[in-house]
Every structure is written in structure tokens, then in C-alpha cells.
Design a protein around this ligand. Structure first.
Ligand code: SF4
Ligand code: SF4
Length: 236
């Protein structure tokens, strides 16, 4: 299979995973509403494939708009993850401590936010989609996430990373800036591209599902597993 055909299949699978995530989350009574955007900070994370997906799905005008917004925002302090979700799972399995990381919402608002509305909403990465709360964050100063919803978001983070295993993971805005300035082979960021403070996506070492959620998430995990297997089999 050619590089471009593999890429096309991977972004289609990513899109299907996003749709499944949105469906799974619709079962919870989230208070999230249009123009409620305190969660839209500069600290969102993404995989390289998710950036490539945005580049693939948006037209030249929309991509230019992203570039202008990023230039205008300048280089600000951002959350830069030292390890991926699957890297964290692996560290737990091996009894290693997780890396200490700094993350503070006061570092700033996402520059892609316009009048409280996301300018790339349909193609936003999973790192944005998982920001949900059953009470408006502004009222309580934090997001309230049902325990089962937290488990489900973690499962999806693990599968989205697995889909791009070998690719990169890092600050969403860092990766967007980098992708906007560099011609990417096959539209895909790779681990050896020169970009600082990135982690490498790993395959799932084990799913992080508490025992009480194994049955409740079984069908979802089977669906995600099937999507990944179909993607992998069509990539060989
Ligand atoms: S996570 Fe919080 S700030 Fe974000 S949309 Fe939901 S309620 Fe609003
Ligand atoms: S990309 Fe969109 S949804 Fe994500 S943080 Fe920025 S404005 Fe919010």
C-alpha cells in the first residue's frame, strides 16, 4: 500500500474514532454548551496524525487563518507533555513513577478560539473533545467528570495514540505551528522531524480500565479494536 493510501486510511479511521467518541459521550449529562469555553486553553495535546488530519480536512483559507492566529499569539508558555497516555500506562506496568509535568490553565487561551467558539470545531483533536463537565466549569472552578466517562476518555486517548504509533505526541499548538511551516512527507509528522519537546506515540501496552468498568466498556473496546485491526490490515 502506498504512503498516501495508508495516510488516507488512517485519517478515515481517526474520523470514525472521533464519531464513536462523540456518540459514547452523548450518554452523559454534560453541561458543555456553545460559547462555554473556559476549557479552551493553550495546553491541549494532540498526536501528529491528528494534526495531519486537520491539514487534510481544512481548505487553504482555513489553514492560513490558523497560521495567522498562531503568529498573532506568539510563543507562549504551554503544557508540553513528557510522556504519552500509553507511555504512562507502560510506566505503571513497569512500576516506574510518572514524569513530573507542569500544566496551568492561566498560561493562556487557545488562539483558535473566536468569540467563545472554536474556529476548527469539527476537526478539533481528541485532547479538546475530552474536555467535558457535568456542571459549568465557571461555577465550580473545575470540570466534573463522571468516573465512567473518565475511563472512556482514557480508552479513546490510548486508541488514538495507538493508531499513530511511531508518530509524535505533544502540545497541540506546537505541532500545529511546526506543521504549518514544514512540508511533511506524506502529510505526516514523524518522530525524527526536528521539533523540540515531543514524545513518541506507543502501541497500547494495556488498557487502563478499572475492574468495575470492564463490562461497561467491553463493547466500546471491541469496536475500537476492530477499527484498529481493519486499519492495520489495510496498511500492509
Ligand atoms: S468542559 Fe467546562 S468550560 Fe469546557 S465546555 Fe464543558 S462546561 Fe464549559
Ligand atoms: S482547538 Fe478549539 S476546542 Fe480545542 S482548545 Fe482550541 S478553541 Fe478549544
Amino acid at each position: 500500500m502506498t504512503c498516501i493510501a495508508k495516510f488516507d486510511k488512517a485519517v478515515k479511521t481517526l474520523e470514525e474514532i472521533y464519531a464513536l467518541f462523540d456518540t459514547a459521550m452523548a450518554a452523559f449529562p454534560f453541561a458543555c454548551a456553545k460559547q462555554c469555553a473556559d476549557c479552551c486553553t493553550c495546553n491541549v495535546t494532540a498526536t501528529g496524525l491528528e494534526i495531519a488530519y486537520i491539514q487534510d480536512r481544512l481548505d487553504a483559507g482555513a489553514l492560513d487563518d490558523i497560521r495567522v492566529r498562531l503568529d498573532r499569539a506568539g510563543q507562549s508558555r504551554r503544557y508540553r507533555p513528557l510522556q504519552t497516555t500509553n507511555g504512562f500506562a507502560l510506566a505503571c506496568m513497569e512500576g516506574r513513577d510518572a514524569d513530573e509535568e507542569e500544566n496551568d490553565p492561566s498560561w493562556g487561551t487557545c488562539p483558535l478560539l473566536e468569540d467563545g467558539i472554536c474556529s476548527i470545531y469539527p476537526v478539533r483533536p481528541l485532547g479538546c473533545r475530552v474536555m467535558m463537565s457535568t456542571t459549568p466549569c465557571r461555577q465550580t472552578g473545575q470540570a466534573d467528570m463522571p468516573f465512567l466517562a473518565l475511563t472512556i476518555t482514557t480508552i479513546f486517548m490510548q486508541f488514538v495514540e495507538h493508531l499513530d504509533a511511531g508518530g509524535v505526541y505533544g502540545s497541540f499548538l506546537d505541532l500545529l505551528e511546526y506543521a504549518g511551516k514544514n512540508a511533511l512527507g506524506c502529510n505526516r509528522l514523524k518522530e525524527n522531524d526536528k521539533i523540540s519537546e515531543i514524545a513518541q506515540n506507543l502501541k497500547i501496552p494495556a488498557l487502563m480500565i478499572p475492574p468495575e468498568h470492564v463490562e461497561k466498556t467491553r463493547t466500546l473496546v471491541q469496536s475500537l479494536g476492530r477499527m484498529i485491526r481493519e486499519n492495520d490490515s489495510s496498511s500492509t
